[in-house]
Ligand binder design. Sequence first.
Ligand SMILES: C[S@@+](CC[C@H](N)C(=O)[O-])C[C@H]1O[C@@H](n2cnc3c(N)ncnc32)[C@H](O)[C@@H]1O
Length: 246
Amino acid sequence: MAFHSTKTGQFAYFDTQLGRPDWSGRRVLDFGGNIGAFLAEAAGRVEPSLYWCVDVSRSAIEEGRRREPGAHWVFYDRYNPQFNPGGVRGLALPDLGSRFDYVLAYSVFTHTPDDETLELVDALRSMLTDDGILAFTFIDPGWAPPGEGQQPNVLWRLSSCSLGNATASPPVEAHVDAAVERAREAPWCAVVDQSLLFDASAPVGPCGRYDVLWSPDHARSLFPSAEVRPPAAPERQHCCLIGPKD
Ligand SMILES: C[S@@+](CC[C@H](N)C(=O)[O-])C[C@H]1O[C@@H](n2cnc3c(N)ncnc32)[C@H](O)[C@@H]1O
């Protein structure tokens, strides 16, 4: 599927979450980096020759390469229900022939099931240098930005797709409200097209939208050695920071 991200702010986000490191000479793997908005926004602070982008979207990788041919663009033909429904299920990560000071994943494990996330995080940690850091985002369904009237994340994710015929009649609305309330408190839930899913083990077939949401406690239970940080304004996504495998 041809999805070219229009999101900006990824460099600022990780720069903040990582404590404003000196990026010069650092090797960066932008996992699920799409067209490389991170690199563009870094504006020379990350050298293109030290930047790798791996993504399951062939079209995004081609576009990234067109924009910055001096960087490393790697198409990873792994199945994803939303972004690469024709891909290979369970395909192992390619050997990139390098270790990385930073492996970053902005809004990538917000689109993969937990068993796949665990597998990929394990593989990515093994690509870190001895003092390297893997930083990846997740979305807490119950979190809302400070201030009155702000939507919690689960409604933010649902806002571009209604829950079926949610407004058709009061009984359906009541059902939707209950589902949203349940999602706000849930350790795990997902928006699959126009439904909320609460069973993390349910297989998901090709679909137009697959957004996975975790509570911070769920993130800690998956990755006990990770540091879990709240969103850095103006973002809505939490961050997990984790070091190399022991
Ligand atoms: C919401 S987009 C975020 C893109 C980019 N990080 C950004 O912030 O603009 C999610 C990206 O993750 C990629 N993706 C999904 N599953 C993946 C996987 N298993 N391995 C690598 N990339 C994946 C998608 O193709 C897509 O480019």
